[in-house]
Write a protein that binds this ligand. Structure first.
Ligand code: NDP
Length: 313
């Protein structure tokens, strides 16, 4: 039987790759399974302006390629595989990937990130890729001179609304309250953009028209008066937040009521010795690339110390 790995990392966002860089440089010969979206959420964002070290900004996908390259440079085995089953009852832990490979590992770093939330409307999924999207950067190009609706009032919604004005003739930002949650700078950009119109106190309550196989309109409902109206639309973009990708660990790792993995305060250690969680799968508060990278670094250092405590590595 082959020796178990010292550490296996699940996920390839800033947390996973940073953990890999540190673990590899500590001679832990990490294996990193990228998951279904190699590079994570930053591969579906546009320009990253707030990651230190890139004063002119950097495109998300390019940044994640650099992360991957840096992790591989120090010997991380980066595999485009998806973990589908875990057994954490005893060490070494077992992780099975979609291809059927079974990994034994002394420690596990969970950095599986988070994914965009959808509204849960009956027609939303049916029209996904046919006008409904949660990623303006990926799909904005298809909306040249079209009318699109963006739902949400956070930084993502403002950013997406602005980005979409590069292509769309008109962008409506549908906000369920009478205020935006976004930071001041992002609010200003959206509110000052002549192509963006904010619809306050409104919800999108239906997407039309499944029978035509594409988005032709949306139903808006006033959150104060309950009044409904149908308006023509070519696209619907959702920017209403995220949910952690932690389904694999339900019932195994302690989580909060939204499914974020709970870690020891100030650490990445979870309720299971030898399992560490970093990045957005355990952080519902900061959710930034730089904080995710920081917690990935913490996880690798904790793994190293844990293995030392187990008799060296
Ligand atoms: P947020 O959780 O910050 O905002 C979600 C928004 O969606 C809120 O306005 C919320 O409304 C609204 N919303 C939630 N559920 C619904 C619903 N069912 N129907 C209608 N509206 C809904 O998520 P973001 O993705 O915007 O941001 C996440 C984090 O990432 C934040 O920390 C943000 O600062 C950061 N970020 C930073 C960027 C940057 O600096 N360039 C870019 C993008 C994100 P309500 O306000 O009423 O709760």
């Amino acid at each position: 039987m082959t020796e178990p790995l010292k550490t296996l990392i699940l996920g390839s966002g800033p947390a996973g790759y940073t953990a890999a860089i540190y673990a590899a440089r500590a001679n832990l010969a990490p294996v990193l399974l990228t998951g279904r979206q190699p590079g994570g959420q930053l591969t579906i964002t546009s320009e990253v302006e707030n990651y230190p070290g890139f004063p002119e900004g950097v495109m998300g996908p390019e940044m994640m390629e650099k992360f991957r390259h840096q992790a591989a440079r120090f010997g991380t085995q980066v595999l485009d595989e998806v973990g589908v089953a875990v057994d954490l009852k005893q060490r070494p832990f077992t992780v099975t990937s979609e291809s059927g490979t079974v990994w034994k590992t002394q420690t596990l770093i969970v950095s599986t990130g988070a994914s965009a939330l959808y509204l849960g409307l009956p027609n939303e999924k049916a029209l996904q890729g046919r006008g409904v999207s949660a990623c303006a950067t990926c799909d904005g190009f298809f909306f040249k001179n079209k009318v699109v609706y963006v739902v949400g009032g956070g930084d993502s919604a403002c950013e997406e609304a602005n980005f979409l004005t590069k292509y769309a003739s008109k962008v409506f930002l549908v906000v369920r309250r009478d205020a935006l949650r976004a930071s001041k700078i992002m609010q200003d950009r959206a509110l000052k953009n002549p192509k963006v119109e904010v619809l306050w106190n409104s919800n999108v309550t239906d997407v039309l028209d499944v029978s035509k196989g594409k988005v032709t309109g949306v139903e808006l409902t006033g959150t104060l008066d309950g009044k409904k109206k149908q308006v023509p639309a070519d696209g619907l973009f959702l920017a209403i937040g995220h949910q952690p990708n932690t389904q694999l660990f339900k019932g195994l790792l302690t989580m909060d009521d939204k499914g974020y993995i709970k870690t020891v305060p100030g650490k990445t250690a979870t309720n299971i010795e030898g399992v560490f969680a970093a990045g957005d799968c355990q952080d519902s508060y900061y959710r930034q690339a730089v904080t995710a990278a920081g917690s990935g670094c913490m996880a690798a250092i904790e793994v190293e110390r844990f293995l030392e405590g187990q008799g060296g590595h």
